[in-house]
Structures are given as structure tokens and as C-alpha cells.
Design a protein around this ligand. Sequence first.
Ligand code: HGY
Ligand code: MN
Ligand code: MN
Length: 426
Amino acid sequence: MILVNRLEGKMNAPGENLRIDGARLWASLMEMAEIGPGVAGGNNRQTLTDADAEGRALFARWCDEAGLALGVDAMGTMFATRAGEDPDALPVYVGSHLDTQPTGGRYDGVLGVLGALEAVRSMNDLGIRTRHPVVVTNWTNEEGARFAPAMLASGVFAGVMDLDYAYGRADLDGRTFGEELERIGWKGDEEVGARRMHAYFELHIEQGPILEAERKDIGVVTHCQGLWWLEFTLTGKEAHTGSTPMPLRVNAGLAMARIMAMVQTVAMEAQPDAVGGVGQVKFSPNSRNVLPGKVVFTVDIRSPDQAKLDGMRARIEREALAICEALGVGCAVEPVGHFDPVTFAPQLVARVRAAAERLGYGHRDIISGAGHDACWAAKVAPATMVFCPCVDGLSHNEAEEITPDWAEKGANVLFHAVLETAGVVE
Ligand code: HGY
Ligand code: MN
Ligand code: MN
């Protein structure tokens, strides 16, 4: 028997007693973690690899077992639908991503996809029917590790990037997104972005230290900081590292090092609420005793403050040019990723907060430091997120860890907020 609060015949928030099955969720997380294992207990299930294909197949099997109808769009995003009672009601989408970083954790993204699946499994168990359909979603290439930019499929879905651009994105080995999507057999026939959303929810680990440090179980995500990924291509002169006199060098590697140090200075001078760094550098020819003729690297800067974010970008581009000129190094820069700071839908944020209250979980409002598919979903529908803590705030590291209790509580809040938005019917 489902006990839900009913007020004047209108269903309001779900009852306190509604819970997901935490043990089943944890078992699914652990089973998915077996696919695309890393070398230190985490995952290397990069997008459009054979491991990604294997994870997709497992997810698809679970969706089928839960009675969901699977659709796949031309970016490979998977949409698993639980029917609603009202055929005209737009669906509530709930999801995240199954792709990981090369040295990723077991929970970044995966908790959101499997937490959404668990909410639907629990609706099935409890015999809950909703007015709006509910669609469990696995977005392709959220990480942007193999194919920049991050959140690529959700960006095409939101109309921010076009399909040809996305298909042409290449990895470090020159393989394109379009080729790899075709190769793994997950290029769907649905038009990207044709689907209309009533609302979008995403459960995710915080990927930062705040919730654990403050002993809070739930992050009520009100905003997400904006981002620029600036890809620099520096052109030096290949030369012998031993016989080339220092004054004759055109050292692109030195220019890169000075730019990285400058990015650190810019971010520190922009404190608080600003970050900047470099995660990927490619030297060519990348030989120990050859000065690099070409250095390609991506500067990642972020801030919740639009003016600060754009100011950091302008200063970094200006000062990088000056550094390169002083060294006689060629300098080209191309933005390969960007989104402005995001404000999530206040009425959905309020539902997440109310659900945490109703369930008796400690919670606090929080701004997301990492980018998520919800940032692009927010462009086309009311969207918001639910955070759970992670150990030491660590993520994008194989040692990423959460507790089953945090996973269960996050999924319970997601479950309640989704039910309230989808509308529970007798
Ligand atoms: O880069 C990010 O914030 C996300 O992990 N893709
Ligand atoms: Mn993620
Ligand atoms: Mn990530």
C-alpha cells in the first residue's frame, strides 16, 4: 500500500515512507564498475570504447528488465521510458553519464544513471503510477576526456553545438566521434533534441569536499559554475636539446610552462570562486632530446561569476600572447569548450530541498564546481541536481569513493523529487 500525502484531491509531495532499495542500487553500481576496470580500483570506461559499449549493453538489459522502452538518438544518448498515465504529458528526464575518465572513479556519472534506474525500479516495486512518463537517460560523452568538449551529446541536444561538429571531434589518435559511434553500434536513429522535457533531474557525487566536511548527506544544487576550455597550439622550432645554444632556441615547451604558471597566478588573484589549470599537454615530436616543434594543451578555467570567468579568459589570452612573443614562439588559441554559469530551476531546487527535509537528511545549498549534462538540459527545460558527498572530495581519480548510505540517501531524495514532479496518481 502506498501511503502518500493527499491534499484536496491533489497529490502533493510523496509520503515519508517511500524509499528506494539501497542494496539493489549498490549492487548495480558494483556490477557496472566491473566493466572497463582501471588499474587502481576505479574505471577506465571512456566514451565510445568497447568498454563503453559493454556498459551500455548492461544498462540496456537492466532497462529492458524494468519494462522500459529504449530509444537512442544520433549522438548515442540512451533514453529509457517508463510510461505515464497522461499520453499528452511531457516526460520527466532523470539521468547522467556512464562514460568515465581514463583514471576515473566508479560513481562519477554512474550514480546518476543507476540512481535514476533505481527510482524507476522502486516505482515498479511499489506499483506507483505517474501522470508524466519518466525517462532514464545516459548521455554520451559527458567527460570530454577522449573527445572535447565535455557534455557533448547534451550540448547537441540543447542546440548549442551541431551534429556535424560533434561527429568531427577527434581523439589524440585522430579517430573521430562519428566513426567511433558507428563502430560500437550505438548510433541511434532519433533526431538529437527532438525530445521535449517537462523537467530534468541529475543525481551526482559532489566531486568536492564541502558536504563531507560539513557532515551533510545532501547537496541542494542551486547553480553550476561556468567554464572555458582554451586549446593553445604553440609553434616552436624542433632542435637538438644538447647542441642548440640557449639563445638560439625557439622553445615552445618553455612557453607552455610559463603559460601554465601564469594561469595559476590569474586564478589565485581571482579568488574566491575561481579555478584554473591544465590537465592535458601534447608535445611533438615528444622525444627526450628534441625541443618540441609543437605543443598543444588545454587551459581549463571556471567561476560561478560571469564577469570573473570572462575576465580570466581575456587576461590569459593576452598574457599568453606576450609570453610567446618574447620567446619567438607561435601562439594560436581556440575555445574548445564553454558554458556560462548556470542557475537551476528554483521550483525544482525547492522540491529537492523539501525532499531532503521530509526524509530527515542533513542538507545545504551548493554550487557545482564540475560541469554536468544538467547544465545543457537547463537550456531546454527546468533542471536541477542532487549531490551526495564523496570521500575527501576526491573525483577524477580511481580512489573516488562514496558510502552505500550516501548513495541511498541521494537516490531517495531524487526519487521523491521526481515523483512529485511526475505526479503520482491512484
Ligand atoms: O569537466 C567537468 O566538469 C565534467 O567532469 N565533465
Ligand atoms: Mn560527471
Ligand atoms: Mn567527470
